[in-house]
Design a protein around this ligand. Sequence first.
Ligand SMILES: Nc1nc2c(ncn2[C@@H]2O[C@H](COP(=O)(O)OP(=O)(O)O)[C@@H](O)[C@H]2O)c(=O)[nH]1
Ligand SMILES: [Mg+2]
Length: 205
Amino acid sequence: MALIDLSKREVHCKIVYYGPGRCGKTTNLLYIYNSMNSNAKGKMLTIETKGDRTLFFDLLPLNLGKIKGFDIRIQLYTVPGQAIYEATRKLVLKGVDGLVFVADSLRVRRSKNIESLEDLKKNLRDYNLDINNIPLVLQYNKRDLANSPIPTLSVEELETDLNRELGVEAFQAAATKGLGVFETLKDISKKTVRYVATKHLVKPK
Ligand SMILES: Nc1nc2c(ncn2[C@@H]2O[C@H](COP(=O)(O)OP(=O)(O)O)[C@@H](O)[C@H]2O)c(=O)[nH]1
Ligand SMILES: [Mg+2]
């Protein structure tokens, strides 16, 4: 849940990277972690991983500097994508202020992308949140594989499958190389901070 501390002049918001298992959510956070100055990032927590599988979640706190005199503190989370971790996924979503839905460009993951987006919509509804109102961007990851022999989805197919109704910003990425990672983060951070500021600061209690 966003928190605005007027005495410390800090804004805290929570951004969750959501998507099917192995689409590249942890890779996004690792790239961000490895690229940022140590004064701008906290400790990255990767909780309970087995090989490259996230069994619980990742958490990366960032300090994005000041906007209008307020320190912007953002917590990035990832969810475990595999179907069986439904309860954890839902827990991580609690109090979410902004979302990145990461889709896998591998053709074999086509139905997993669609199922994961449906799962996200359902979990948001259970928290009385509407996917059309919360800050959200899409990221089509593993675009580097589009030029390989491995069958991949075209951007048009991903748009049709995932973004036809949402109509949100969608970034192409290759998270292992860092391509598109900061473009995605910058855009969702901007949208989330704006949303949180409007929701919490403008409306008197
Ligand atoms: N080729 C390619 N592989 C990727 C990319 N992003 C992630 N991967 C690989 O996909 C696997 C799963 O990534 P991970 O970040 O653990 O997925 P998560 O389950 O969504 O957290 C790992 O082997 C990554 O190296 C990418 O952009 N291109
Ligand atoms: Mg992971």
